[in-house]
Design a protein around this ligand. Structure first.
Ligand code: HPA
Length: 275
């Protein structure tokens, strides 16, 4: 658990470093999607480990730094490397940066991730804009004392993902790739990939894709009234969909294959939603 002062201490540290910059949009870069960091201009990099109270990502392919700068002319703060529950952190640590963003004045959050495709109409390399989630098997990131500086005790989750932001993202993905998916993301705790039986069950429950992130951050962002949009890169078909063994190497390989398109999509998107 963190208290309000700890979030504030981290935010003040970052404010001090970024001076005049006042980004209104934040983006979390998912596995293998950190490539976007090359595109920032006039950037300031702050390592997580130098920020008071900030958790540190331990996953290969996740750099562990904040990048603040201009992306296609728009001020953005990016998390290059996110923190996952499966690394052993609790969900208050996983979501710590989101409340710090709130205190920095962030109004919009773009969450990206790598996910397994459950919907059999999906193909590897597809992008799925998330319109809802399933999180039956994990505790809520809001469990514990409510910090009312951030929001209410009980939070409506019927509109977790902002419709207008999502529609604009779909449009831009379609333009760049020729196709776009939309659907329900099932959040699992990991670090194992799912079993084929779990994937069949999740499909019956209405899931289109599955992954190990995003939902805790989306809950905390929604609680403190940050408009949120989330997109999965379908890096592999989920367990049992194809007769294949899953590996993180394959996840990274697909992310590598789509990274140029991903960059172009996000660069255009941040400009469009700033207006
Ligand atoms: N399952 C869970 N997380 C993932 C997957 C998957 O198949 N692919 C990428 N992240």
């Amino acid at each position: 658990m963190f208290n309000y002062e700890q979030y504030k201490e981290s935010a003040d540290y970052i404010k001090n470093k970024i001076g005049e910059l006042k980004p209104k949009t934040a983006i979390i870069l998912g596995s293998g999607l950190g490539v976007l960091s090359d595109e920032f201009e006039e950037k300031i990099i702050i390592k997580y480990k130098e920020i008071p109270n900030f958790p540190i990502s331990t996953v290969e392919g996740h750099a562990g730094e904040l990048i603040i700068g201009k992306l296609n002319g728009t001020q953005i703060i990016a998390m290059n490397g996110r923190i996952h529950y499966y690394e052993g952190y609790d969900l208050k640590e996983v979501t710590f940066p989101i409340r710090v963003f709130k205190l920095l004045g962030i109004e919009k959050l773009i969450i990206t991730n790598a996910a397994g495709g459950i919907n059999t109409n999906f193909e590897e390399g597809d992008f799925m804009v998330i319109n809802d989630y399933l999180s039956f098997f994990a505790e809520s990131a809001l469990r514990g004392t409510n910090l009312k500086e951030f929001g209410e005790r009980f939070t409506d989750m019927s509109k977790t993902f902002d419709k207008t932001l999502s529609a604009k993202l779909k449009e831009i993905i379609k333009k760049h790739i020729g196709r776009v998916q939309e659907g329900v993301y099932a959040y699992m705790k990991g670090p194992t990939f799912e079993t084929p039986a779990e994937i069949r069950a999740l499909r019956v429950l209405g899931a289109d894709a599955v992954g190990l992130s995003t939902v805790p951050e989306a809950i905390i962002a929604h609680h403190c009234n940050i408009k949120t949009v989330a997109v999965s890169c379908v890096t592999n078909m989920a367990a049992g969909v194809l007769d294949e063994i899953l590996s993180y190497d394959d996840v990274k390989q697909t992310a590598e294959r789509v990274k140029i398109k991903f960059k172009e999509i996000i660069k255009e998107y941040v400009k469009v939603i700033e207006e």
